[in-house]
Design a protein. Structure first.
Length: 597
C-alpha cells in the first residue's frame, strides 16, 4: 500500500514537471526566408537549420542579426548545401546547442565571428576549397577538440580560435601565407602545433596563455618571434626549426625573453613532431596521489589524445582510469587507433597484480565525414574490458561494451547512419499506441547485432521532455520499447540489444500512459529529476524480435518460408513417386490376373 502510494506521488510530481516544461519549452516552429541574394534558409521543428542556394550568405551585424538569431539556442544542427560560397559574418553566433558542422567544398570563406560563442561545437569539418577564416570565426568554441585546417587555406584572421579551450593539436598548412595576431590565445588544452606556412614572423600573442603547449614546429622561413607569442606557455619543452644555427639561437633568445626556463630551439622540421606528452601530480586531502599523463599523437589520418589517470591511495591498490580520444579523418585512421591503443587496452593484463587495479578503459572516436565502423575494430576489442563510443557527424553517438562482444558473430563493417524525420501523418496503428503525441520516424541504415547505447538528437526545444522509442517488427504490431528523459542538449539516450533495419521505429514525445518505473533518467539530469528509476534494470531492450538462434524475425521468416517451399517440393516428389509406384503395382496385378485366366 505504501509502495503504491509512493509511486502515485512520484508519478504526480513527474507529470507536473513535464506539464510545466511543456509550457516553458514549446515546440520550435518551422520558419524560412532568404539570407543572401540567392541563398535561402529554413529552420525545422527538430532544430535543424538548412542553408541552400548559390553564392554568398549576407553579412550580419550587431544591429541586424541573422533572422534565426532569436532561436539560436534551439539550433542543434546546421546543414549547408553545396553551392554556398561564403558563410556570412555573425551567421551562427551564439548557437550554443550546435554540436558539429561539415562545410561543403564550395565554401571559400568563413566570415568574422561566424561561429563565435558556439560553446558546444565539438567537431568541424573543413574542405580544401576553403581559402579564408575570418576574425573571431570560432572564438570561444569551448568544446572544439580537434580541427584539420585544409590545404589551400590562405588566411586566418585575428583571434580566429581565441579561447578554444578544448583544442588539442593544430597544423597550419604550407598554403597559409597570412596569419593575424592572437589566433590561438588562451587555448589552454593545446599541446602540439605544426606550422608549415612560409611566414617570416610569428605574429604577436599567437599562443598567449596556451599553458599546455609542449611542442611546436616552426618553418625555416621564421626569423622573428612576435611579442607575447609564447607568453605564459610554461609547459613548452620542444621547439623545432630547420634553419641555421644562428637563426635557431636568435629564435631561442626571443622565446626565452618570454619564457626564461625554455631550453632552446632544436634543429628539425614538422617530421620531428609526431607526438607530445605531459604529466601532472596532485596530492589529495585524504593522502592519496593522482598522477595524470597525457599524450598527443598526430598522423595524416588521425589524431589521438590519450589520458591515463592513476590514483595511488595511501593504502590499498593503485587505481587506473584510461581515456583515449581519437579523431579519424580517413579509414586508415582506424589502424592508427588500434595500433596505438593496443598497449593501453592491455593495461588490465600488464598491470594485474596485488598492487594495481584497472577501473575503466574508455575509447572515444570522432568520425569526420564517415559513419562506418569497421568490423575488424570490434573483433580486436571483443572480450576486452573497453567501452567504445563512436560519434558521427550527425550529433549522434554509439557506445558499445566490448567485453560482451562475440567476435565470431561480427560482420565486415557497420554503417551507423540513421534518418530521423517528423511523422506528419501517423497511421491508425501508430495513433492507437501513442495517441496524439508528436512523433518522429526513425530508420537505421544497417543491422546492428550487438548491444549498443545510441544517442538520438531530438532537438534542443524538447530538452527535459519524455521520449519513448517504439518498434514494429515485420508481421507484428507496434509496441513500446523504452522511455527516457531528453537531456539538456536535446539528446535521447536508448539502450538497445540490437537493431534491425527491416524493423520500423518511431520516437514519441510526452506520450501518455508511460509507467514511471520504466523511465530512464540520464546521469546529467539526475540532480534535477532525482532517482526516479534504476536504469540498470532497463538496459538493452530487445528490438527487431530475435529468435533463439540470434537472427531477426525477418530472417527467420525467410528461412521458414524457404523450408516450406523445399519441403513442398520434396513432398510433391515423394507423392509423385508413390503414385507412380502404385500405378505400376496395379498394372502388375492386372497382368497376373490376365495370365491366370
Amino acid at each position: 500500500m505504501k509502495h503504491s502510494l509512493k509511486n502515485r506521488i512520484l508519478a504526480t510530481v513527474f507529470a507536473a514537471c513535464l506539464l510545466f516544461l511543456s509550457v516553458e519549452l514549446p515546440a520550435l516552429a518551422a520558419d524560412s526566408g532568404s539570407c543572401g541574394s540567392k541563398a535561402k534558409w529554413s529552420l525545422g521543428a527538430d532544430g535543424t537549420l538548412s542553408i541552400t542556394g548559390k553564392g554568398s550568405m549576407q553579412n550580419f551585424t550587431e544591429g541586424n542579426m541573422a533572422p534565426w538569431y532569436e532561436d539560436r539556442e534551439k539550433i542543434t544542427a546546421v546543414t549547408i548545401k553545396d553551392g554556398i560560397t561564403n558563410i556570412g559574418d555573425l551567421a551562427f553566433y551564439g548557437c550554443t546547442a550546435l554540436q558539429s558542422i561539415s562545410l561543403p567544398e564550395s565554401v571559400t570563406k568563413i566570415g568574422d565571428m561566424a561561429f563565435a560563442g558556439c560553446t558546444n561545437l565539438a567537431r568541424v569539418t573543413l574542405q580544401e576549397g576553403l581559402k579564408s577564416i575570418g576574425a573571431n570565426a570560432f572564438s570561444r568554441c569551448e568544446s572544439l577538440h580537434t580541427l584539420r585546417l585544409p590545404d589551400g587555406l590562405l588566411y586566418i584572421g585575428y583571434q580566429a580560435f581565441y579561447r578554444c579551450s578544448s583544442l588539442s593539436t593544430i597544423r597550419i598548412p604550407v598554403t597559409t601565407t597570412n596569419l593575424s595576431e592572437s589566433i590561438f590565445a588562451y587555448c589552454e588544452n593545446l599541446m602540439q602545433v605544426v606550422i608549415e606556412s612560409p611566414i617570416a614572423k610569428l605574429p604577436e600573442w599567437t599562443f598567449y596563455g596556451c599553458t599546455s603547449l609542449t611542442s611546436v614546429s616552426l618553418p625555416s622561413s621564421v626569423q622573428d618571434i612576435g611579442e607575447y607569442a609564447f607568453h605564459d606557455c610554461d609547459s613548452l619543452k620542444n621547439a623545432y626549426h630547420d634553419g641555421t644555427d644562428a637563426e635557431r639561437e636568435q629564435i631561442s633568445n626571443q622565446i626565452q625573453t618570454q619564457l626564461p626556463d625554455f631550453p632552446g630551439v632544436t634543429e628539425g622540421d614538422s617530421s620531428n613532431v609526431g607526438s607530445s606528452s605531459t604529466g601532472s601530480v596532485t596530492q589529495k586531502p585524504d593522502g592519496s596521489v593522482v598522477e595524470t599523463d597525457r599524450e598527443i599523437v598526430d598522423t595524416d589520418d588521425s589524431t589521438i589524445d590519450a589520458t591515463v589517470t592513476v590514483t595511488k591511495p595511501s593504502t590499498g591498490k593503485d587505481e587506473y582510469d584510461i581515456t583515449i580520444d581519437v579523431t579519424i579523418d580517413d579509414k586508415d585512421g582506424w589502424d592508427d587507433m588500434l595500433e596505438y591503443t593496443d598497449s593501453y587496452i592491455k593495461y588490465p593484463e600488464r598491470l594485474e597484480s596485488d598492487s594495481t587495479t584497472v577501473n575503466n578503459v574508455e575509447i572515444h572516436v570522432n568520425l569526420n565525414g564517415s559513419t562506418k565502423l569497421p568490423g575488424n575494430v570490434l573483433e580486436s576489442l571483443a572480450g576486452k574490458k573497453v567501452d567504445l563510443t563512436v560519434s558521427t557527424g550527425t550529433n549522434s553517438s554509439w557506445t558499445i561494451d566490448c567485453e560482451n562482444l562475440d567476435a565470431e558473430q561480427l560482420g565486415k563493417s557497420y554503417d551507423l547512419k540513421f534518418t530521423l524525420k517528423k511523422n506528419t501523418k501517423p497511421t491508425k496503428a501508430q495513433k492507437k499506441l501513442i495517441g496524439n503525441a508528436q512523433s518522429y520516424l526513425l530508420e537505421f541504415e544497417d543491422n546492428i547485432p550487438f548491444e549498443v547505447t545510441v544517442t538520438i538528437p531530438i532537438g534542443y526545444s524538447y530538452a527535459k521532455h519524455l521520449a519513448t522509442i517504439c518498434q514494429k517488427p515485420v508481421l507484428k504490431s507496434w509496441e513500446i520499447m523504452q522511455s527516457t528523459i531528453i537531456d539538456a542538449q536535446g539528446d535521447a539516450l536508448f539502450y538497445l540489444s540490437s537493431l534491425d533495419k527491416q524493423t520500423k521505429y518511431l520516437v514519441a514525445i510526452d506520450m501518455e500512459g508511460i509507467s514511471l518505473e520504466d523511465v530512464l533518467i540520464p546521469d546529467s539530469m539526475a540532480d534535477e529529476f532525482g532517482n526516479l528509476t534504476d536504469a540498470a534494470g532497463n538496459k538493452y531492450v530487445l528490438t527487431g524480435t530475435q529468435s533463439s538462434w540470434g537472427i531477426s524475425f525477418w530472417q527467420l521468416t525467410l528461412i521458414v518460408f524457404g523450408v516450406i517451399i523445399v519441403s513442398g517440393v520434396v513432398v510433391g516428389v515423394i507423392i509423385k513417386l508413390q503414385l507412380k509406384t502404385s500405378a505400376h503395382r496395379v498394372k502388375l496385378m492386372g497382368k497376373k490376373r490376365k495370365d491366370k485366366q
